[in-house]
Design a protein around this ligand. Structure first.
Ligand SMILES: [Cu+2]
Length: 150
């Protein structure tokens, strides 16, 4: 009985050791869900896309950039509120730790769409491609919703 008990801490140490090893993520470790964007007014050149990004692997994923056919530019941005001022900063790279979920949402991180090539119409959708360090780019569907509906 005593022997079994002393074996347990050794097993715990061993597993925590392997957890700390640097592991490279693959595209299967990354889940992108709930992609959405607000419909835009006719002629408006700007929009924003939101989604949830989860790293289900034992690795750190690094988001580098975004791309979509429907806009001339797609930039990773973060809105920062300093007192009464609200400003946007470019995100150069975003680390997503093992097991972490990062929400891109209004008032926080978002993909800014500039030079829209078509109006974003509620009920339609478009494809957003996200590029990560060292792994294949991942596509996600962005559903366009009525402004004010969420
Ligand atoms: Cu922005």
């Amino acid at each position: 009985m005593h022997k079994i008990l002393t074996l347990i801490p050794a097993a715990v140490l061993l597993s925590s050791c392997t957890m700390e090893a640097e592991q490279v993520c693959s595209s299967e470790d990354i889940a992108i869900a709930d992609g959405w964007a607000r419909a835009t007014a006719e002629g408006s050149p700007m929009g924003a896309a939101y989604f949830t990004l989860s790293n289900t692997g034992d690795c750190t994923a690094v988001l580098l950039s975004a791309f979509t056919d429907i806009a001339g530019v797609a930039s990773l941005h973060e809105t920062r509120n300093t007192g009464t001022m609200s400003s946007m900063e470019a995100i150069e790279r975003l680390d997503i730790a093992a097991g972490e979920t990062v929400a891109f949402e209004p008032g926080g991180k978002h993909v800014m769409l500039g030079r829209l090539e078509k109006q974003l119409v509620a009920g339609e959708s478009f494809t957003l491609t996200l590029s990560f360090e060292g792994i294949d780019a991942i596509e996600t569907e962005i559903a366009i919703v009525e402004p004010g509906s969420r």
